[in-house]
Ligand binder design. Structure first.
Ligand code: HSE
Length: 444
């Protein structure tokens, strides 16, 4: 790795590297634990000792199971940016705005290196942060922001840096994968499994970020910026998993598919980018379908490097703390890289609209009371046919305690066509409730 930043971090080659940690939740306490358990290992890897000298968190008295005596405590996290004893600000508070944003921008302006796990901040303020980091020669590192313990950033920014990737993506949120896995394997209710994910420290402070796809979208946006080029975050197409039932998972399985929340980005001709996050049906035999629980997986494809997949725990104390420390080790070694691994600053572009993309779709249509399911299947085939939507497979069934449902797999169509047909179906006397449409993503 080439050193491009020459700030205090790299000029103090053999002196201790002093950290100030903002946020003592699951990840913050994990980082302190790791540093204490691996003191000698860290020294042997970097040639210097790595010390936590200051911390900041909302609650001074909460028992976190670690000894915080001897550390300078700042009630205002932004004070860490101006603490002369702090070489590296480690921001683990989260949130795209407020104190986290102020702390990171102030630290960069002060020329301090910043390590963060804050994907929302990096994804939503990418251009501003890249500019500040460049202008003040202050490294901003965020390995822990993407896919917890998997070295996803290092893989894309360094491992395949010489290749012009064509596609990347995978399972980028641990909480939603944990929930889908538990629903599939045990039939447990959504809310019950979510509570367990929160208790294990997987979920975001507001778990709707996990369930509705925004957390995965932040990660995809960051990976896309490194692999292809920065994108306007709000142009990403994002949909969540709230409407998926245990029964959908079982129906998909009978058709040979698993349901997974995926985030995928593709390089298109003329420097355009396709990027989306949504729950998809993927072949049950595919590699990604075997990635379960809190595990994430990231696949890249490029003309020289071919397909590469890495998998590991995407959330939780240990894996995320380890990813934070991978960045700290880089700084202790005097390594630095520009934010997206490029020396030129690129303006963000908008992603291509997903409505014109073609794929097959799974449709779950709940029938109105008293409607004969065989008749409905035949009539709905005709309605879809009139809109040029051909059906590859159709069956009906009646989940326990609910109305009869039609389960259809379409032949390849555009999302536009699906969006047009759903309200038409809903308005017929045959159908009760808005049909559910899920993309089928054919993977090896
Ligand atoms: N809430 C996130 C997840 C944490 O479940 O993946 C790691 O980014």
């Amino acid at each position: 790795m080439t050193s491009v930043h020459h700030n205090a971090v790299s000029s103090l080659a053999s002196s201790p590297l002093r950290l100030g940690i903002a946020g003592l939740g699951t990840v913050g306490t994990g980082v302190i634990r790791l540093i204490r358990q691996h003191t000698d290992l860290l020294r042997s890897r970097t040639g210097r000792s790595i010390e936590v000298v200051a911390v900041s968190a909302r609650n001074r008295t909460r028992d976190r199971g670690i000894d915080l005596s001897g550390l300078r405590w700042h009630d205002d996290p932004v004070a860490l940016a101006h603490d002369a004893d702090v070489d590296v600000v480690v921001e683990l508070m989260g949130g795209a705005e407020g104190s986290a944003r102020t702390l990171v921008t102030e630290a960069l302006k002060a020329g301090k290196a910043v390590v963060t796990a804050n994907k929302a901040l990096v994804a939503r303020h990418a251009q501003e942060l890249a500019h500040l980091s460049h202008e003040h020669k202050a490294p901003l590192l965020f390995e822990a922001a993407v896919a917890g313990g998997i070295p996803a950033i290092k893989m894309v920014r360094e491992g395949v840096a010489a290749d012009a990737l064509t596609r990347l993506g995978g399972i980028l949120n641990g909480t939603s994968n944990f929930i889908l896995t538990e629903m599939a394997e045990t039939g447990r209710a959504f809310g019950d499994v979510l509570k367990e994910a929160q208790d294990k420290g997987y979920a975001e402070a507001d778990p709707s970020a996990d369930i509705d796809g925004w957390d995965a979208a932040h990660k995809l946006s960051i990976l896309t910026a490194i692999a292809f080029r920065p994108i306007v975050f709000d142009s990403l197409a994002v949909s969540g998993m709230r409407r998926i039932t245990t029964d959908d998972i079982h129906q998909a399985r009978t058709l040979g598919y698993a349901i997974k929340m995926l985030g995928v980005a593709r390089r298109l001709p003329e420097d355009r980018v396709e990027a989306w996050v949504q729950p998809c049906l993927i072949p049950a035999r595919s590699g990604l379908a075997q990635v379960n629980g809190v595990y994430n997986a990231l696949t890249t494809e490029g003309p020289f490097s071919g397909p590469i997949t890495i998998s590991g725990q995407g959330a939780g104390e240990g894996p995320t703390a380890d990813a934070v420390m991978a960045d700290v080790i880089d700084l202790a070694r005097g390594h630095g890289l520009p934010l997206w691994g490029r020396v030129d600053e690129q303006a963000p572009i908008s992603c291509e609209p997903v409505e014109s993309l073609v794929s097959r779709f799974y449709l779950r249509i709940t029938l109105a009371d008293g409607v004969n399911a065989d008749t409905a299947l035949s009539e709905i085939r005709t309605i879809l046919g009139n809109e040029d939507i051909a059906i590859e497979h159709g069956h009906h069934h009646t989940p326990q305690g609910t109305a009869a449902q039609l389960i259809l797999l379409t032949k390849p169509v555009t999302l536009n066509a699906i969006n047009r047909i759903l309200p038409i179906l809903e308005e017929t006397a045959l159908v009760n409730d808005t049909p559910l449409a899920l993309k089928v993503e054919d993977l090896p």
